[in-house]
Write a protein that binds this ligand. Sequence first.
Ligand code: HEC
Ligand code: HEC
Length: 261
Amino acid sequence: MPFAAARFLLIAVFLLAVAEGQNRQVRNPLANDPEAVVAGRGLFVEKCSPCHGPSGEGGHGPSLVEGRGIRRLSDPELYSSVKNGVPGTDMSGFPLSDEQIWQIVAFSRSLIAPAAEQPAPGDIQAGGEIFWGRGGCSSCHSIRGQGGVIGPDLTDIATLRRGDQLATSITKPSEAVADGFRAVEVTLPGGKDVKGIAKFENNYTLTLLDREGRLHFLRKKELQQIAYPAGSLMPADYGDRLSEKEMQDLLAFLSRQTLRK
Ligand code: HEC
Ligand code: HEC
């Protein structure tokens, strides 16, 4: 009996190994290969960007990075969409070599990867100095328990966002205001104005967090006025205030802010 059991185990292990081998075969052989990603970017810009935009953000064709886009597709499915096209749509197949298609697949995956998986180049320390110093970022944002509270905590931001999202957050903060950070301005019963963000809110009450980090628990019907300015509380002029190098350094710094270290 022990002999039969051992034989069964041996066969099971063998079958698992075969299945694992097949699994590996259908994955992109060039996955996470930085050179393939660079080569794939060139091909993507040439072949795909007319419809999907240079970073897959969409244009004449659908976005590949928003929603489930590339995320829901396995490597073989991506491969097949590029090689054979997508039936019933404007996208026809591309007569490219296997290697080129896998390069495009590698680049496509990189488009949706969080910043931490492909940290931006640049001077991390100089970026940190901007964050904690002259950029003033830390007056509103915290990292690992240090800094302000009116903006989102950025301790794990590189896991949560893609590199292009980080860049957009800095240069166009009002484009996508993070949940729970809606700007609000109220006039208190005594006539004093308070600005901040609406932390918690229902029909009757509002919890406002002001720039000094104080929470105000307010009854809406007692307020003289309540307004929701469009856009973000974050300054909108960093794109002008920071040089290209400073921006790159800042992104290098932010793309390393992850708890998974
Ligand atoms: C002529 C315009 C055009 C070009 C060029 C093009 N696409 Fe598409 N692509 C589309 C359209 C249209 C769809 C279908 C969207 C839908 O309806 O689901 C699509 C869908 C896709 C999908 C989703 C496939 C699926 O199975 O849902 C992927 C991935 C994709 N394209 C990648 C690429 C890549 C990579 C390239 C370059 C090699 C490329 N596309 C070139 C228009 C284009
Ligand atoms: C006056 C306060 C303030 C300052 C200064 C400020 N921010 Fe913000 N920031 C916010 C607020 C509020 C939000 C949330 C609303 C939004 O998404 O724009 C935010 C959002 C962000 C986000 C998006 C977070 C997410 O969850 O997606 C990033 C990244 C960011 N800020 C980085 C920075 C950097 C880097 C600097 C310095 C160059 C900076 N911020 C300066 C207030 C500020």
